[in-house]
Ligand binder design. Structure first.
Ligand code: ZN
Ligand code: ZN
Ligand code: FE
Length: 765
């Protein structure tokens, strides 16, 4: 007896070889029918015996192609028809329902084999891709995902490529970015003295890198600035020209096996490095000479594996360069100027990177959406969720009205949500900068158009000075949307809860530690103990406030913050204290009088600033080149400790029902111990442990009152691995359950997702 069933598959099922897979599967089971793409995903009709159809549905999920992500399979009955074969039919695009766009994927093994094979027509072709790999999000200009709606539209396929593209049994069947040397994009090398094309451009790039030059290389989501990582002079020049201070650079290696010479690669790290997302992974360093140059003051280095054929060819012997070598490791840092967005076109790169790069390696495959590399800690905690992950949807714990959330100011991403899904954008950056704010505007509209979401609600931070908030209010007005503000740390906590699909009605104790966030009372918060959930939180505790001399200016000058904390703790200020020793007489008297009178001072409860203060107190860092540097270097120092030192910790006092965590006893102890010659690494370690003990003590006190046993750890400070591990370990040992970030960043890069969750809880549910 024959039956016919309609099947709807949703998820990431377009542009990933799903239709040929369905075609092959139906054939192997002797089923007839059809498959095609539409707005919502893939539609299938199959006809055959019920048993074979059941097998088909089972294998549909289990054997889906590598880049596919099947979210749902809905089956319904149809009338049998006279059918003779199983066919792929034209795409149907009708209504405006939401579909998903695949993220970019690193080159697959088969394509890399093609590139290495001298007999293959794609030998050494840097833009080789197939349905299992290659760029997607960065080159899609609209949906349905078809070649005319990609930046490949201008390249007409040659006969050989057409044959592959139309052969349902071929790995490149309907691979939209398909190309070869005869018909596809090509390379161009430009320096002051030469201009070369195709493989010769690659040879010239290797020559330049070997000579210690800096080359701006166009990749998948934008330009990188590259130099030989084993040439300290070149790395120093790049650092100087980029005005980057001691901020670490990421390093690219050809394979995870090669990476093992630079960092300790264990099984988990290998998996992350070789994943389709191919992020930068922060890993414990093995090669100290390389690390001293690319990541000064740290024991960890950001490593990634060459993820496109072009990148991989940079590490291969070049046919024109007999007897000459190729780099072992390359510094690959975003091709941008300071806080500006990454460059994506040759014109932009030639203009804006002219003072940094000695030469350029361009290509003519357009980048529609700029996408920086993603960064993941070895624990799996995301630090920057961008290329490879965006725009893979996240699941919302409840249904959202169509909305757009704009994040904060630093490390900005935006987030669109509708129904039970949320799409976080790629990394946008610091939107205090006008160019970056423009990128935010563009990203919000391109992502919205791609997903066909017209927001009814625009969600922003409460900070009156954030440009993203101002733009959001104007934008909401233009499109007739409602504006909703979400307090910064509430959004952090909601992002953590939402990534765990935490239910709306179960409160947690949230330790929300970061550098800066606008508080509900107008002060700068950042050491917050919030109790509640998506709908509302109450501030049940926080760090004891200190005055920040000069407000934001103190962020760049940990020594000043140290002075503020020392005064507050009642420490006698003597010249031997490292922060004071680092100041000249003028600065000291200016800062001291500011603190005494409170002029130009902002009160803050920031945990990030407390890390700054201790970093300066232990003579680790008195001035910062980049956000979080003092804390990162303090953590690196704590890693060197060989014991878990204990000492007096925070004083935890109840002030009218609010717990105040005062670091004074801890700071006094650190000063005394340092004076009597205690080792700085032990003291740095003790500081971390003292915070973890305070967290447990505060959780116990709040739990006794509320009965809550679930704790969340969120905010940028929890990018600190020692702190996260110590807090989690000690809380669990005390019987608490603990939520930590593994899907979205704990820092402000995850804020928009949390804002979306709060808005959805309040308006949808
Ligand atoms: Zn491939
Ligand atoms: Zn071709
Ligand atoms: Fe924050």
């Amino acid at each position: 007896m024959l039956t016919r069933r309609g099947i709807r598959v949703t998820g990431v099922v377009q542009g990933v070889g799903f239709r040929p897979f369905v075609h092959g599967l139906a054939h192997s089971l002797g089923l007839t029918g059809l498959v095609g793409n539409d707005d919502a995903g893939v539609f299938i009709e199959v006809q055959g015996t019920p048993a074979e159809i059941d097998k088909f549905i089972f294998r549909l999920r289990g054997e889906a192609p590598p880049l596919a992500r099947v979210e749902a399979i809905d089956v319904f009955n149809l009338e049998c028809i006279k059918a003779e074969d199983f066919v792929i039919v034209d795409s149907r695009f009708t209504d405006g329902s939401v579909t998903t766009v695949p993220p970019d994927s690193s080159v697959c093994e088969q394509c890399w084999r093609d590139v290495q094979d001298p007999a293959n027509r794609r030998y050494r072709y840097p833009f080789t891709t197939c349905t299992h790999c290659g760029p997607r999000y960065t080159l899609i200009t609209g949906l349905p995902y078809d070649r005319p709606q990609t930046t490949m539209a201008g390249f007409t396929m040659c006969d050989d490529c057409t044959a592959e593209y139309t052969d349902v049994t071929d790995r490149r069947f309907h691979a939209q970015p398909i190309a070869c040397g005869a018909c596809g994009p090509s390379l161009q090398f430009v320096s002051d003295s030469s201009e070369l094309y195709a493989d010769a451009a690659l040879g010239a790039t290797l020559d330049a890198l070997e000579a210690g030059e800096i080359v701006a290389i166009k990749g998948v989501g934008g330009y990188h600035l590259a130099c030989d990582a084993d040439n300290p002079g070149a790395v120093r020049r790049l650092r100087e020209r980029k005005g980057r201070g001691n901020k670490p650079f990421a390093v690219m290696l050809p394979t995870s096996a090669a990476a093992d010479a630079v960092v300790h690669v264990d099984e988990e790290l290998r998996e992350l490095l070789d994943s389709r997302e191919s992020p930068i992974v922060l890993a414990p360093a093995r090669d100290s000479a390389l690390v001293a140059s690319v990541a000064p003051g740290q024991h960890r280095v950001g490593i990634m594996v060459a993820y496109s054929p072009l990148h991989r060819l940079l590490f291969e012997p070049h046919p024109d360069r007999a007897n000459l070598g190729q780099p072992r490791a390359l510094v690959m840092t975003s091709g941008n100027v300071a806080d500006e967005p990454i460059c994506t076109t040759s014109i932009e790169a030639q203009e804006r990177l002219a003072h940094i790069a000695d030469a350029f390696l361009h290509h003519d495959r357009g980048i529609h959406v700029a996408c920086d590399d993603s960064v993941i800690a070895e624990t799996g905690q995301p630090i920057r969720r961008s290329r490879g992950y965006t725009p893979m949807p996240l699941t919302m714990p409840f249904s959202a009205p169509p909305l757009l959330a704009l994040g904060g100011e630093l490390k900005t991403t935006v987030c669109l949500a509708q129904g039970e899904r949320a799409w976080m954008s790629q990394h946008i950056g610091d939107t205090a900068n006008v160019e970056t704010l423009t990128l935010l505007e563009r990203t919000a509209s391109t992502l919205g158009e791609l997903l066909r979401i017209s927001p009814d609600v625009v969600v922003t931070d409460m900070h009156p000075g954030y440009l993203s908030r101002r733009w959001g209010i104007t934008r909401a007005h233009e499109i007739g949307a409602q504006v909703m503000e979400v307090q910064h740390h509430h959004a952090h906590l909601a992002s953590l809860l939402a990534e765990h699909e935490w239910p709306a009605d179960e409160p947690v104790i949230g330790f929300t530690f970061d550098g800066t966030g606008f508080g509900a009372d107008g002060d700068i918060w950042g050491g917050e103990i919030l109790v509640g959930g998506y709908l509302n939180v109450s501030r049940m505790g926080h760090l004891a406030p200190v005055l920040l001399p000069g407000g934001d200016a103190a962020v760049k000058r940990p020594a000043r913050t140290a002075l503020a904390h020392l005064l507050q703790a009642g420490v006698n200020l003597s010249d031997d204290l490292p922060p004071l020793a680092d100041m000249n007489a003028t600065e000291r008297s200016v800062v001291t009088s500011m603190l005494a009178t409170g002029t130009h001072c902002t009160p803050t409860t920031s945990m990030g600033r407390l890390f700054d203060a201790v970093s300066s107190l232990l003579d680790v860092r008195h001035s910062s080149d980049y956000e979080g540097q003092a804390a990162i270097e303090l953590e690196a120092m704590a890693e060197l400790a060989d014991s878990e030192a204990v000492g007096p910790g925070f004083a935890l006092a109840d002030h009218e029902g609010v717990l105040i965590a005062d670091p004074a006893p801890l700071l006094v102890h650190i000063v005394d111990s340092a004076r009597t010659g205690a080792s700085p690494p032990e003291l740095a370690r003790m500081f971390h442990n003292a915070i973890a003990d305070m967290v447990v003590a505060a959780a116990e006190r709040i739990s006794a009152e509320t009965g809550i046993r679930m704790v969340g750890l969120t905010g940028g400070v929890f990018a600190n691995r020692i702190l996260e591990a110590q807090c989690q370990g000690r809380l669990e040992a005390s019987g608490f359950a603990v939520l930590v970030h593994r899907l979205v960043p704990p820092n402000d890069g995850g804020l928009a997702f949390g804002q979306a969750a709060v808005a959805a809880a309040k308006l949808g549910g």
